[in-house]
Design a protein around this ligand. Structure first.
Ligand SMILES: NC(=O)c1ccc[n+]([C@@H]2O[C@H](COP(=O)([O-])OP(=O)(O)OC[C@H]3O[C@@H](n4cnc5c(N)ncnc54)[C@H](OP(=O)(O)O)[C@@H]3O)[C@@H](O)[C@H]2O)c1
Length: 383
């Protein structure tokens, strides 16, 4: 029986992970759950999974949760950063699923690594902001980091049993998002509602907007760079609108290995939980004949400049990826609140990166300082 703690249990990844866990009550046990403000959803999860420990955003959420649980289960309830750290290091958990959104995941992920937990990583912002530091800590504590992101899960699966020296390129696939085929002038008119209507995946609002700007793929390039220790100039992206091929590895001999599967996050979540074993999936076999054709096209990097930001940030190194990530988080929030157009996200990210002088080989303090600085500048940046 594997004890599992989940950071971000009320979100898109968190709730799907609990669906997977519920199908295998003999294999996984929920030990601790952390969420933010959706206490009604969390209360239901607590009733169903009976964790010993839960964390919520603040004292008001804790009070409401206690009220909702009434005379039911009585888990320990903690709040804020302290709560996240406690869930990340919960004694009964062997694995910690990091499914919060944003850099808020960084410190609890480091705490979980230092406590020797197996990391099931959905929170890509952690690796974007502090990839080198996180991977170094994971190696030091001999902690595996298993990707949950579907593209990285695909790469992880394709790389099994293959020496890293044999790898020529990693190729991430992108659905293209809701604005595939649009030009920059059209993009100026994209509304929040349009950006949130993703053609393939149902996800939380931040990652959905990131998919619409292709910033998600930029963050994923950086995530892949650190997860698989491959230089950024050997990480490519192709648009694959069907989202069936989840990513590919090209080897030195010209062979390509791809991982295919239904467009359903429960599959990579389940693989991360059960790795290296495979358990029965929740879906019928993929009907290749019904799919008919799988297509691939180039990314329009003039309309969607995000991938270049990733290349530039990794090449400049130091604190620059953390700045890209923080500026994007703020810009997405400003877009979602209706304050700026979608293309304002590019202007903010580009402007904040241009204003930053990266600190080389940053420690955690330097990364957090760069993150704070970038948020401040991005908040006021004209878009
Ligand atoms: N969704 C997908 O299909 C998908 C696919 C690949 C990768 N990812 C990555 O997975 C991560 C999660 O994405 P998502 O789509 O699941 O996001 P989401 O639906 O917005 O959920 C985010 C979760 O984090 C919690 N949270 C946010 N801020 C918090 C804080 N300060 N303290 C404690 N909890 C906090 C939220 O709690 P409340 O809602 O209770 O406030 C919620 O449980 C992101 O890094 C994303 O890029 C997602």
């Amino acid at each position: 029986m594997q004890g599992v703690a989940i950071l971000g249990s009320t979100g898109s990844i968190g709730t799907q992970a609990l669906e997977v866990i519920q199908r295998f009550p003999d294999r996984f046990r929920v030990v601790a759950l952390a969420a933010g403000r959706r206490v009604e959803v969390l209360a239901e999860q607590v009733r169903r999974f009976r964790p010993e420990l839960v964390a919520v955003a603040g004292p008001e959420e804790a009070r409401r949760l206690r009220e909702l649980l009434g005379s039911g289960p009585e888990p320990e309830i903690l709040t804020g950063e302290e709560g996240l750290a406690a869930v990340a290091t919960a004694p009964g958990a062997e694995a910690v699923l990091t499914a919060v959104v944003g850099t808020v995941g960084l410190q609890p992920t480091l705490a979980a690594i230092q406590a020797g937990k197996r990391i099931l990583l959905a929170n890509k912002e952690t690796l974007v902001a502090a990839g080198e530091l996180v991977m170094r800590e994971a190696a030091r504590h001999r902690v595996p980091i298993i990707p949950v992101d579907s593209e990285h899960s695909a790469l992880f699966q394709c790389l099994q049993g293959h020496p890293r020296e044999g790898v020529a390129r990693l190729i991430l696939t992108a659905s293209g998002g809701p604005f595939r085929g649009w030009k920059r002038a059209d993009l100026e008119r994209a509304t929040v509602e349009m950006a949130l209507r993703h053609p393939r995946w149902r996800m939380g609002p931040k990652v959905t907007v990131d998919s619409a700007t292709l910033m998600n793929k930029a963050l994923e390039m950086i995530e892949a760079r650190w997860l698989f220790d491959i230089p950024i100039d050997r990480i490519g992206v192709v648009v694959h609108p069907q989202s069936i091929v989840h990513s590919l590895v090209e080897f030195q001999d010209g062979s390509l290995l791809a991982q295919l599967g239904a467009t359903d996050m429960r599959l990579p979540i389940q693989y991360a939980l059960s790795y290296p074993e495979r358990l029965p999936g929740p879906l019928p076999s993929l009907d290749l004949v019904a799919l008919g054709s799988l297509t691939f096209e180039a990314v329009d990097e003039v309309t969607f400049p995000s991938l270049n930001y990733a290349r530039a940030a990794v090449t400049m190194g130091g604190t620059m990826p953390a700045v890209l990530n923080a500026a994007n988080e703020v810009a997405v929030r400003r877009f979602l609140s209706g304050a700026i157009p979608l293309t304002g996200i590019y202007r903010i990210v580009e402007g904040v990166m241009a204003a930053h002088t990266p600190v080389p080989e940053p420690d955690l303090e330097a990364i957090l300082a760069a993150d704070r600085w970038a948020r401040q500048v991005a908040e006021a940046f004209p878009a």
